[in-house]
Structures are given as structure tokens and as C-alpha cells.
Design a protein around this ligand. Structure first.
Ligand code: ARG
Length: 572
């Protein structure tokens, strides 16, 4: 189907084209009319004509009669008010479309999303929250848009710390170590190893020898390393299911997966004449990157000790994603502190011709999660906060809220609902913040049923569903018309027809907060509507027409939340 916005745009475009081919009508939603086209002024200026005359010409050419009434305002704004018959028709078509007007891509892109990426034998902490939540939303939105999504969980599973971790594992005994790791006390394990490494020279020596054995592919060492990796991955999977995140174990393609390709990366960069030796390390100096003193910055591909750096595996991964996986879009949902690193990786990949201009390659940067003191969120002891801890606290809080609201649920049902509310609170607070911005992790605000929160949207949805429960009989959109008489009805309807554009702009800009803003707006429009317009106590056709609005609103909220990775419970 053609969305309301597109219908208006195409009609206007014909008229603008007639005045000047390709002129942009600059169409947007407006609080003056339903939509406003602001393109006349710029067009008139270019042609040296009087704007009002150009506006008259456009209005007389544009075939808008069956769609909207047009009024020319001010210097030449076109205010468009939709004809009720057209709005009704649009809504009826939407109601019969399970995709609610969001058209699936006809030529799907392959989108490779690098997200979450925790480190083996280390706890998932609040720093991984945003990457995980934003990455998951982008994965789901791309899937829904009909694209072919490949998730890449680029876990940190290689490097010098593994020497001491393996030795510690041996000291504990394999079974004992596996048990310690399986309860999710990754940080405890890591810290114990670190303490011994710093205090015990013999341990330090063993650890160093173990790193060498690991790098040279010693089978027994690799077996022990696998225990660490597998335990951690099992633990990460538990965290993902707790967060209701779609990442699977098969999406884990960690740093070590690229080991075999690293020699090739170095060789090829060398053949291209891009490698420079600097203080014993092999580096590339991509043009345009300088430190504070103005000296060129190196991307270190091989360190002076012959080990490969973090950059090498990122280069190998990028090359693999283009050449082997044939990605059309490479997204890196990675925090702002790594912006320079990634920009340099992308720059080197371009220099080496591994990254053609036809591939969109972007870091999806995000800001920090702050504590109440507006500093980086820390636990009371000043340590990083475990991700599971945050979710558990939110679940506990949701329990209290459900009790306060006098829920009739108990047992598993109550727990499940508390989980859904907790996840919605955390994810929505994250996604609704403009991603480059920091935000304060304030559970009370995030989990409130009022305000711009996940639970508010869930609650609006649940209220809608309860209308249909109380109706007591199955209701299908069928050939129902939509109630559009009252102001609040019209406003709600106008919100509903805008879903396709909200979704598309959110996805193409990689800004999930745009879809959040849209959904919050729809929920508010629904709240106003529900205050002003009784549904079940309305009579005859009006009741059906209001039910049609309610049904489409519920489905809009449900779909919008689901592509963001937020569940919409039937009752709350
Ligand atoms: N493991 C890293 C960390 O925990 C993030 C990796 C990001 N992804 C990448 N391709 N470099 O900070």
C-alpha cells in the first residue's frame, strides 16, 4: 500500500515538477493543517517569482481533491487537511495489513551488525548494555524491513590475559573452575588470577609461558582456553535471555576467529606498501589522523613483541564481512571511546581497497550510562555494575509496583510480567535517549507507568486489549469504518497513518529514539482519545468505529515495541 505521506507527496510532486522538475515540496506533518508543504518559498526564490502565485499554480495543478483540502497560508505555505473519506480509506487498508503499512524491501540488503561484544572471563557490565540493546533493536528493525541480518558478537576471547586465566583455572582444578564460572562470578575469577599474577613471580612466569603456548596453538592449552570461552558464552546467553535479546551462540564470532587471517592482513598491507615499522611495531598511518602534538597516529597491526593487536582482528573481520559475507552495510554498535580506533580501521580498509564505497560502514556510537551523580554509573563500592544486577533490581522494583497496583496475578505469571516490565523499562530508557547522548540510570523514572517510559507504552497497549476483553466477543477489523468526527479521534488517526515514515526514518538514520518518540506520541494521542471518547458505552456504528481505532492503535503499539525488542503484555 502507499502510505498517506507518500500519497500526498506524489500528488504534490507532480505539481512541483510542472513548475520546476525535481523541486522538493518539503512535506511534513504540521500542527496547522494535518500536513504542510513548505517548498514553495525556495522554489519561488529560485525562479524569481512571487511565492503566492507559485502556490496558486501548484494548487491548481495538484490533483488533491479526493485526498486533502489545501489552504495557502502566509507567504506560501500549503496547509493540507486530509479528507475524512481518504483518511478512513487509508486506515481501513492499514487495518487489513499485518505489516501496518511498512513495506518490506524489494531488494533486501545484507546488514552485518557488530554488537554486544563482551569479554570472555569478564562480567558483562553496564558498558555492554547500550551496545546490546541498540544492536538488538537495529537487528530486529532491519529484519522487519525485509533485510538480511547477520549478527556478529565480536567477543574479546584472545590476548595476553588468557595466560594467567588458564593457569588460574589449572590451580583451581578444571571442575572447580567451571563451577565457579558457571555461577556467573566471572569478575571474581578474573580478579583472583590478577592478584596472583601481581604477587607471585612463579605464577607470572607460568602465565607468560602459557600465552606463548596458546599463541602457538598447543592443543592442551587450547582445550583449557575452550573451557573458559564456553563457560563465558553460556553465561552471556543467560544474560541475553534475561534481557530478551535475540543474539544466539552461533552469532559469537570472537576476536580469535580471525587468528588465521591475521598473517594475510599483514602480508597484504605490506604488499600494498602501507606498512611502516615504528619502534619495532608494524603500523599503518592513515592520512588525516593526528595526536595532540600534530604527529601522525599509527594503527598498530603487529606489536613489537610480534603479537597482533586489537586492530588486526578488526581489519580481518571487516575484510571478511565484505569479501566473504558480502555485507552491503556494516554497522558497529560500539561506544564512543572507540570512535578513533574504528575510524582508523575503516580508513585503513579503504586504503587497502577492502572497503568499497558502495558498502555503508558506520560506527553506531552511543553515549554513557550515568549514575545519579551524573558520573559513570558505579556500584556503591565504586565498581562497575553487573548487567544482571541491573535487570534483577528492575524486576524487584516491578514486583513492588505490581503489588502496589493490586495485581491479581501471582506465581509464574506475576514473575513473567515483572520481567517484561523490567526489560521494557531498561530498554526503552536506553533506546528513547538520542543515542549519542548520555543518560542517567534512574530506575524510578524508567519504570514509572506515567511519562515517556516503556511501561507507560505497555500499559497503554494493555488498556486497549482490556477493552476487547470486556467486549466479550471476537472483533476483527473486517469492513469497519473509523471514527473521525471528534478532534481526539482524528488526532489519533493521524498518528496511526504515520507509522511507516516513523519506522523508515528511524531505521535509515540508525536512531531508534525516533520510533520511540513516535510510539510515545501515539500512546498520548490514545490517552486523550480515551479520556474524551467512550468506546464500549458508545452505541451502534460509532462503537464499531471507535473499536476500529482501538484495534489499530493496539497493533501499532505492539508492532512498534516488538521491532524495538520490547514486549507488549496483554494485561498489566
Ligand atoms: N570487546 C570490546 C569491549 O568490551 C568491544 C568490541 C567492539 N567491537 C569491535 N569490533 N571492536 O570493550
Amino acid at each position: 500500500m502507499t502510505s498517506t505521506y507518500e500519497t500526498l507527496l506524489s500528488r504534490l510532486q507532480v505539481a512541483f515538477d510542472a513548475v520546476e522538475p525535481g523541486a522538493d515540496p518539503v512535506l511534513r506533518t504540521s500542527d496547522r493543517g494535518d500536513y504542510q508543504a513548505n517548498g514553495v518559498m525556495a522554489l519561488a526564490k529560485r525562479l524569481g517569482r512571487v511565492p503566492r502565485e507559485v502556490a496558486d499554480e501548484i494548487v491548481s495543478v495538484a490533483q488533491l481533491g479526493d485526498v486533502a483540502d489545501v489552504e495557502i497560508a502566509g507567504p506560501g505555505f500549503l496547509n493540507l487537511t486530509l479528507r475524512p473519506s481518504f483518511l478512513d480509506e487509508q486506515l481501513r487498508t492499514l487495518a487489513l495489513d499485518p505489516r501496518l503499512g511498512i513495506v518490506a524491501a524489494t531488494s533486501p540488503k545484507r546488514v552485518i551488525i557488530d554488537y554486544s561484544a563482551p569479554n570472555v572471563a569478564k562480567e558483562m557490565h553496564v558498558g555492554h548494555l547500550r551496545s546490546t540493546v541498540i544492536g538488538d533493536a537495529l537487528a530486529r528493525m532491519n529484519c522487519f524491513a525485509g533485510n538480511d541480518v547477520i549478527a556478529r558478537n565480536h567477543v574479546g576471547d584472545w590476548g595476553t590475559p588468557f595466560g594467567m586465566l588458564i593457569e588460574h583455572l589449572l590451580d583451581l582444578g578444571e571442575d572447580q573452575a567451571a563451577a565457579a564460572l558457571s555461577i556467573g562470578d566471572l569478575d571474581g575469577f578474573y580478579k583472583e588470577a590478577r592478584v596472583k599474577f601481581d604477587a607471585d613471580d612463579a605464577f607470572k612466569e607460568r602465565s607468560r609461558a602459557r600465552v606463548v603456548a596458546l599463541q602457538s596453538g598447543d592443543a592442551e592449552t587450547l582445550r583449557l582456553w575452550h573451557i573458559l570461552v564456553n563457560q563465558s558464552i553460556a553465561y552471556f546467553s543467560e544474560v541475553y535471555s534475561k534481557l530478551d535479546v535475540t543474539l544466539k551462540e552461533s552469532d559469537v564470532v570472537g576476536e580469535s576467529a580471525y587468528n588465521e587471517m591475521l598473517e594475510g592482513v599483514v602480508r597484504d598491507l605490506d604488499e600494498l606498501g602501507l606498512l611502516v615499522e615504528s619502534e619495532g611495531a608494524l603500523c599503518v598511518f592513515p592520512p588525516g589522523f593526528q595526536n595532540r602534538e600534530g604527529d601522525p597516529l599509527p594503527l598498530i597491526v603487529r606489536k613489537s613483541d610480534d603479537g597482533f593487536g586489537y586492530a588486526a582482528s578488526d581489519l580481518a573481520a571487516l575484510r571478511d564481512r565484505v569479501a566473504t559475507l558480502h555485507g552491503d552495510e556494516l554497522l558497529y554498535v560500539v561506544g564512543a571511546p572507540q570512535a578513533q580506533h574504528l575510524e582508523m580501521v575503516f580508513a585503513v580498509a579503504r586504503l587497502a581497497n577492502w572497503l568499497p564505497d558502495t558498502v555503508r560502514c558506520e560506527q553506531v556510537v552511543f553515549g554513557n550510562v550515568l549514575g545519579p551523580d551524573h558520573k559513570m554509573l558505579k556500584s556503591r563500592g565504586g565498581e562497575t555494575v553487573k548487567l544482571v544486577r541491573l535487570v534483577d533490581e528492575a524486576i524487584e522494583r516491578a514486583y513492588v509496583i505490581l503489588d502496589d497496583r493490586g495485581t491479581e496475578l501471582d506465581g509464574d505469571e506475576k514473575f513473567h510480567l515483572a520481567e517484561q516490565i523490567a526489560r521494557a523499562a531498561i530498554k526503552y530508557a536506553d533506546l528513547s535517549t538520542e543515542r549519542q547522548h548520555d543518560y542517567v540510570f534512574d530506575l524510578d523514572r524508567m519504570i514509572a507507568f506515567e511519562g515517556d517510559t516503556g511501561p507507560y507504552l505497555q500499559y497503554a497497549h494493555a488498556r486497549l486489549r482490556s477493552i476487547f476483553r470486556r467486549l466479550g466477543e471476537a472483533w476483527e477489523p473486517g469492513d469497519a469504518h473509523f471514527a473521525l468526527e471528534a478532534k481526539a479521534e482524528r488526532e489519533l488517526a493521524l498518528g496511526l497513518v504515520a507509522l511507516p515514515e516513523a519506522f523508515t526514518s528511524s531505521l535509515s538514520s540508525l536512531q531508534p529514539h525516533r520510533l520511540c518518540t513516535y510510539l510515545f506520541d501515539v500512546a498520548q494521542r490514545f490517552t486523550s482519545f480515551y479520556d474524551a471518547c467512550p468506546v464500549l458505552s458508545a452505541e451502534g456504528a460509532l462503537r464499531e468505529e471507535r473499536l476500529a481505532l482501538c484495534d489499530l492503535t493496539a497493533r501499532t503499539l505492539q508492532l512498534g515495541l516488538s521491532v524495538l525488542g520490547i514486549e507488549a503484555p496483554e494485561r498489566m
